[in-house]
Design a protein around this ligand. Structure first.
Ligand SMILES: [Mg+2]
Length: 342
């Protein structure tokens, strides 16, 4: 239930991140929180920040400061780093975790969700906002350990969340699977198969496995025995995979992440990637495939649209990372997953 607050990664400090590696992975934009991320709360820019930004510009990064603080504080900091050889942007009064300012930062830098990283020290504003905006989020340890009382209280809550985060991460690393989720028609099967081939991993599609096990297609199983029967079979398979699957690429049936218990099991199984697609991408793919389960064949577009909206929420809270698949080939999307997995 805390998933939405989990950072994609953690780093000791903004100054110890391997930025050359980030650039090599294709990242071009960096969004920074200021207070306790770059300098102590309220402090001016120092030579360490200037050196860092100069280096980042040289590597080829665009930089934007994103602070919930007001104009005077942010401008003062900006003036301190705005020297020849350093180029950056700033946004004050950002209302993090609102998505708006993250989007604005990307617009200013002319970067996008795929090639931007956010770096900050607070979970409920910085990280939560970046996650909501669909940007890779990095949590750094606060520079100053002695903080104001209202922040101290927040830090206690953060510690609880980080406890669960670390526990889940250990579990996930033990299994080492990549789990692909998303609406039917988003390309999970094709992308997963190619990804497995490239990573030299085994591939499993839950619908295929269930069809083999039960001797019928999912659509037939649902028609004959009802949806509950099928969901139960899916749940059993998920439990089985949770125990047995190691280093596999798993394409999970579109309905699996809709149950809370499955969400948890998928996340423990491995890195969960949501292949997010617009309805315009999904609908033609569904129409072209007559083997899809029940409702799709009836051509009820409004029904499918409603379902996409509903499931989008379940997918968002289940996944560790999102890959927007629209307008990209199967090969490009598989490469993107490899890239974000490092
Ligand atoms: Mg901060």
């Amino acid at each position: 239930m805390f998933h939405r607050f989990y950072p994609a990664e953690m780093a000791e400090s903004s100054y110890s991140i391997d930025y050359e590696e980030l650039y090599r992975q294709g990242y071009r934009g960096l969004i920074y929180d200021i207070d306790n991320t770059l300098v102590e709360h309220g402090a001016d820019a120092n030579s360490e920040v200037i050196e860092l930004f100069r280096r980042l510009n040289k590597i080829g990064f665009r930089i934007c400061l994103l602070s919930n603080n007001q104009a005077p504080r942010v401008r003062r900091f900006y003036r301190g780093v705005n020297i020849p050889g350093v180029h950056l942007h700033y946004i004050f009064d950002a209302h993090k975790p609102s998505r708006k300012s993250y989007r604005k930062a990307m617009r200013i830098m002319r970067t996008n969700k795929r090639n931007t990283v956010f770096i900050g020290d607070q979970i409920f504003t910085d990280i939560y906002g970046a996650n909501r905006a669909g940007i890779r989020s990095m949590l750094v340890k606060p520079i100053n350990k002695n903080e104001e009382i209202q922040i101290v209280l927040k830090r206690r809550l953060e510690r609880i969340i980080m406890h669960f985060y670390k526990k889940e991460k250990l579990e996930r690393m033990k299994h080492g699977n990549i789990v692909l989720i998303g609406f039917d028609g988003c390309g999970k099967y094709e992308i997963g198969k190619l990804l497995a081939e490239r990573c030299n991993m085994d591939f499993l599609d839950t619908n295929e496995t269930l069809a083999e096990k039960l001797g019928k297609d999912p659509s037939e199983i649902m028609k004959e025995h009802g949806e509950d029967y099928f969901r139960e079979a899916e749940y059993e398979l998920v439990c089985h995979l949770g125990r047995k699957a190691k280093r596999m690429v798993i394409s999970a049936g579109g309905g699996i992440p809709t149950s809370v218990i499955n969400q948890k099991k998928l996340r423990q199984m491995g890195e969960v990637i949501y292949l997010k697609a617009k309805a315009e991408t999904i609908l033609p793919a569904l129409r072209a495939d007559s083997s899809r389960p029940f409702f799709y064949s009836n051509n009820r577009e409004d029904e499918i649209m409603r379902l996409i909206g509903e499931r989008n929420f379940a997918y968002q809270v289940t996944c560790h990372k999102v890959v927007n698949v629209d307008d990209h080939s199967v090969s490009e999307n598989a490469a993107e997953i490899q890239r974000i997995m490092g």
